[in-house]
Design a protein around this ligand. Structure first.
Ligand SMILES: NC(=O)c1ccc[n+]([C@@H]2O[C@H](COP(=O)([O-])OP(=O)(O)OC[C@H]3O[C@@H](n4cnc5c(N)ncnc54)[C@H](OP(=O)(O)O)[C@@H]3O)[C@@H](O)[C@H]2O)c1
Length: 349
């Protein structure tokens, strides 16, 4: 029965993982977040009802961290799961819920309205983390092909971004969100936010998996006391064809990952999760299958990878960005690389 149609009930599973053993990350505010979350973007492979039902089931085995966004189209369904979890006895303080403001809601007044809508949909009084989903104020239709480009696409302009950020700060002031952060940003963009922010980002959500480790950005976030949250942590192996290019590599087929997976008797994807937590990022794999999310959580509480395995995985970085952001290109003749400030300076408008 769909999560939206029937009042769900929640109870911890008999085989739940001991929460005291799950690693946590401490943010600059002193708050802690679970070091493993669950991404909730089902693409077109899973319905919103399936994604919402998996929230309930994942919470019953010990997950407490959920990564949401209005653009995933399922917050109104996931809200039923959160209500059931809270009515089932889990304290709100023990949950970590992230949402994000989408690219067409950066304007004055829009950020606050967008956050309020997410809170209504998720049936929560506050969010633990609210992110600016992309630094580009451009909408594009969900499910559009990577080769489509919006003719209205606009560049990142720091002063405009700060208009968005001031509203993010106001959300903290009003108690609607506990932390704010960035996503899909770069070192030069982050530097300016850090210079001008009244409330600095607590987290930066970024693509992170063994074949895409961006060491400089990863290091920078750590140095600045910003927790890196890693999306596509398994290399999004089953993403739709429209999100693939011919040069993309496949993390879960890498011999190093496969070899470690055999030693541990787990799926290669689980090795990617284990590596991510051990490296110090917060992976948010997408998953609706109980056996998979249980094995991911079990792996992060089990014995660590060896130092040799950690350095073997460090050596397989292919700088293979999967989410290139082609739809955000704002000028003729640009390539998607320009979105990521390859010169070390923000690509000029
Ligand atoms: N901020 C952003 O712009 C942004 C961009 C992209 C994604 N995200 C977030 O990141 C999340 C994850 O990204 P993603 O779904 O693209 O990539 P992913 O987490 O790397 O890959 C997800 C796939 O990995 C497989 N998997 C998951 N757990 C597994 C396990 N224990 N063992 C084996 N296979 C496993 C599943 O495949 P099967 O289902 O086929 O078994 C699942 O569909 C999204 O849901 C979203 O919340 C954020």
């Amino acid at each position: 029965m769909a999560a939206s149609q029937e009042k769900s009930t929640f109870r911890m599973a008999a085989d739940a993982i001991d929460l005291a053993t799950v690693p946590w990350r401490t943010l600059w505010t002193g708050s802690t977040m679970p070091a493993l979350g669950l991404g909730r973007f089902g693409t077109d492979r899973f319905t919103g009802e399936q994604v919402a039902a998996a929230v309930l089931e994942a919470a019953s085995v010990g997950y407490r961290h959920f990564d949401c966004a209005p653009v995933y189209g399922n917050e109104h369904l996931i809200g039923h799961s959160f209500r059931a979890i809270l009515e089932g006895g889990i304290s709100r303080e023990d949950l970590w819920v992230t949402s994000k403001v989408w690219n067409d809601k950066h304007g004055e007044g829009d950020v606050i309205a967008s956050c309020e809508q997410s809170l209504r949909d998720l049936q929560l009084d506050y969010l633990d983390l609210y992110l600016v989903h992309w630094p580009f104020p451009n909408d594009h239709p969900p499910g559009c092909d990577i080769h489509s480009r919006s003719m209205d696409a606009k560049p990142h302009v720091h002063d405009n971004f700060m208009t968005t950020w001031r509203q993010m700060e106001a959300l903290v002031d009003r108690g609607l969100v506990r932390h704010i952060g960035t996503s899909n940003t770069t070192i030069p963009k982050l530097r300016l936010v850090l210079r001008d922010a009244r409330i600095k980002p607590a987290c930066n959500q970024m693509e992170l998996h063994p074949h895409f480790q961006p060491p400089a950005l990863f290091q920078f976030t750590h140095e600045q006391g910003i927790v890196p949250i890693g999306y596509c942590p398994i290399g999004s192996p089953n993403r739709p064809d429209r999100d693939r290019t011919a040069t993309d590599t496949v993390d879960v087929e890498d011999p190093v990952i496969v070899h470690i997976a055999k030693r541990l008797d787990v799926a290669p994807g689980v090795v990617c999760i284990k590596w991510a937590v051990q490296r110090g990022q917060v992976p948010i794999p997408f998953c609706v299958k109980r056996a998979q999310f249980v094995s991911s959580l079990r792996a992060v509480v089990a014995d660590p990878l060896t130092n040799q395995e950690m350095s073997d995985i460090a050596a397989i970085d292919r700088n293979c960005r999967l989410i290139k952001g082609q739809v955000f290109v704002w000028r003729d003749g640009q390539s998607w690389e320009d979105l990521w400030d390859p010169t070390g300076d923000i690509t000029p408008p």
